[in-house]
Design a binder for this molecule. Structure first.
Ligand code: ATP
Length: 462
């Protein structure tokens, strides 16, 4: 990351803390590595992202249903899925400072192509061939141990009263989609869905990530928005293309510029995958994965059929033939989308001798849609009128009332959290039943009557 980009990232992290978007977990105890909390504005932004995704996946379609499966599952699920054996990243350790590092991402930081799916031998060979080039980011040493595959599943002792943590561990789910696969038959039996159809779910996932850097990009507890689409095996290509377009457009609609998004095709496919692409975003630390779109074939349902003994095939009502559907997976991270929209929206604008920090977020996801200010806080008639307008608007949108400090400072506070509109109530408002409305992006102000306000904002905010 060059200095300018590092600077921007530092500014975003600082804004997140200062303005209540993201806090390090348990900070009063010095935090907890790779875990973060969403603050008052962060939870609004994250909820808006999730709601938009959910609406696009369920409400706006008639072929996708929702699900909310539990975080804990029968451990056999993870055996069947292959996670207990194969869900690992290559772990190396700096011989000097003993920092543990994920070798594939470390090599990639030096422009050396590597992949978490490579075998231990393959990745260690690449590592050896590049000896001396790759440095420990902590101390700069080039002496590192051979990489070993480290399993990422997080274990718990749920339901285990023996005191032995290693005995029959129950896992915190490493991805949310397994909850979808094991409920596929329940959904088929309880709803009217017919292939092709999808199941959408938003929920937490947990991974023992080795390298915890880059703020909320890579955390050990995170949230995924996953939709698994079940299709006839012969049809997968067509639906895969459709989903690639739909998902790319989702990010454009969020306000991300096309030039900051790109496709990354997986060259090393896991053996069962038919096709795999990621959508990458141009984060401050380079283009990195935002969402994965993978054709998983019939692997998951076949494995769960085998391990559970249940028939998970689909009976096609058109010709009475049975088959195991292919699955097209779309899997996005809430935290990564959050960081992408903040990176895209963050601006420092020079105004006269001052710098205005503004988040030019798409109004659909802005945490606060409208802020309402009485011009002066010590004039009860202005405060009462402003409260009346605030009470009217808060029924429609998440609004904020602020009577503190001069108007200029109040505008700047709202700019920093991305509020698209600010409304000021002054003495003329009492006479004319109108307000001043100020646009975040253009900073233009105009007067508009209170009667027109809701319609005006509806047009602008939708
Ligand atoms: P990476 O290669 O960056 O580790 P991955 O390929 O393992 O990611 P997937 O298993 O495809 O990720 O997960 C789907 C999505 O879940 C990712 O595109 C990302 O948005 C999100 N995600 C995965 N791991 C994390 C994490 N540790 N922290 C935050 N989000 C994550």
């Amino acid at each position: 990351m060059d200095n300018k980009e590092q600077n921007k990232m530092d500014k975003i992290i600082s804004l997140c803390k200062r303005r209540g978007f993201v806090f390090p977990s348990s900070e009063i105890y010095d935090g907890f590595a790779a875990v973060y909390d969403f603050g008052p504005y962060g939870v609004e932004l994250a909820n808006n992202i999730k709601n938009l995704w959910w609406k696009n996946m369920t409400q706006f379609r008639d072929d996708i249903v929702g699900l909310d499966s539990a975080i804990f599952m029968n451990p056999k699920v993870w055996e069947a899925s292959g996670h207990i054996k194969g869900f690992s990243d290559p772990l190396t350790e700096c011989k000097k400072c003993h920092t543990r590092l994920r070798l594939d991402t470390l090599l990639e930081d030096y422009g050396i192509r590597a992949d978490e799916k490579m075998s231990e031998e393959e990745i260690n060979k690449i590592f050896k061939n590049n000896k001396g080039k790759v440095k420990c980011p902590n101390c700069g040493s080039t002496e590192m141990s051979e990489a070993k595959n480290f399993n990422l599943l997080v274990k718990s002792n749920l339901g285990n009263f023996t005191g032995d943590m290693e005995k029959d561990p129950v896992y915190l789910r490493g991805e949310t989609c397994q909850g979808i696969y094991v409920n596929y038959k329940n959904v088929l039996d309880s709803t009217r869905v017919k292939i092709p159809f999808g199941i959408a779910q938003i929920g937490k996932a947990f991974r023992n990530e080795i390298t915890a850097r880059q703020f909320i990009f890579r955390t050990r507890e995170f949230e995924q928005m996953e939709m698994q689409y079940f299709v006839k095996p012969d049809d997968f290509k067509k639906y895969y293309e459709d989903w690639k377009n739909i998902r790319f457009n989702f990010y454009l609609d969020l306000g991300i510029k096309a030039e900051n998004l790109k496709w990354h095709r997986h060259e090393n496919l896991v053996f069962y995958a038919k096709e795999a692409y990621d959508i990458e975003y141009n984060f401050s630390f380079g283009f990195k994965e935002l969402e994965g779109l993978h054709v998983r074939g019939d692997y998951d349902l076949t494995q769960h059929s085998k391990f559970s003994g249940q028939d998970l095939s689909y009976l096609d009502p058109s010709d009475n033939k049975k088959f195991i559907p292919y699955i097209i997976e779309t899997s996005a991270g809430v935290g990564r989308t959050f960081l992408a929209v903040l990176t895209e929206a963050f601006r420092e604008e020079k105004i006269d001798d001052d710098v205005r920090v503004v988040l030019k977020l798409n109004p659909i996801i802005a945490p606060i849609k409208v802020a309402v200010f009485p011009l002066l806080k010590n004039k009860p008639e202005l405060v009462a009128k402003a409260k009346e307008i605030f009470d009217m608007l808060k029924k429609e949108w998440r609004c904020e009332f602020d009577d503190n400090g001069n108007i200029g400072k109040r505008y700047r506070r709202q700019d920093e959290i991305g509020t698209p509109y600010c409304i000021t109530i002054d003495f003329d408002s009492l006479e004319n039943n109108d307000v001043t409305i100020r646009d975040r992006d253009t900073m233009e102000q105009k007067r508009i009557t209170v009667d027109e306000l809701i319609n005006y904002l509806k047009n602008k905010l939708q």
